[in-house]
Design a protein around this ligand. Sequence first.
Ligand SMILES: [Mn+2]
Length: 328
Amino acid sequence: MKKYKKFFMFLDNFSKIIITSHENPDADAISSEYALYLLLKKLGYNAAIMTCEEIPEKYSFINIGNYINVYSRENIINEDLSDAALVVLDTNTPTNTGYIYNLIKDFIKDIFIIDHHEIDENIFNKEKSIIDENSSSTCEILYNIFKYCHVDIDFPAAQAIYAGILYDTGSFIYPKTSSKTLEIASILVNKGVIPNNIYSNLYEMNSLSSLRLQSKVFSEIEFYHYNKIALQVMLKTTLEYFKANYEDGDNIINLPLKCKDILVSVFFKENYNGILRCSIRSKNNIDVVGIAKKYGGGGHTTAAGFKCTESLEIVKEKVIKEIIQLLG
Ligand SMILES: [Mn+2]
């Protein structure tokens, strides 16, 4: 496959490969970093995962062998990156990799992107990217790269890839879940992955603070436009009050869509640094990625988001208006 060949032709130009993914990493981001690292090691590349993002506790089971290193500012500056390339996973925007990007951007020689989010065709460098918008997850792309290389997927890689796919498909229900996705899952189970264990690790290990946080946010849900739009807000002060983690809010956005009236769910979430994000989810294939793009974000047709540059009150009003227009 030409698209995979160009990736390895790119890698062969450098003596060191740095792997990273997006800030606030989820299971697909962490697992794809981990799986790519294992693959490149097996192929004899000098690779390292570099991130400034702590791995959320519930994803630590993926990191068998502790190959995902969380770097401090000093450690990174001491690394020799004079002949290094950066591989960015699960986002098509290198600046979206968090603090790591600021630390290494002046040292690295080039960047390659592997991702499954929607992109603007005309702004993209096709030579230095593998973008598969139809792929359920970045981990599904990673599986295909393993196959392309004829490298056996051992248990740690299989478990990681399965976890990434499970997370990004909402446990095999989101629209990009294909027969190929399920076939890959089946192959991974044959390699020793236990579906119930992965589900339990991802979805049954939340803290009591997480439960309290969710119940608080959920209790303040607002409805708009004949109850077709649900809106929830998670503020920094609420996180602080419950001593909860930012990622404890991960699942909150999905809850309103369980109600048959709700077509679009909007979730504003503020992290401990006061950075506000807006996530939008929809059903019936209602296209919400256009709204996210308008505000400098992106994503998929039914799951998109952006970082807010204006106050909650202002963005909230604008976004609700946009969605009402969309729903007609
Ligand atoms: Mn993903």
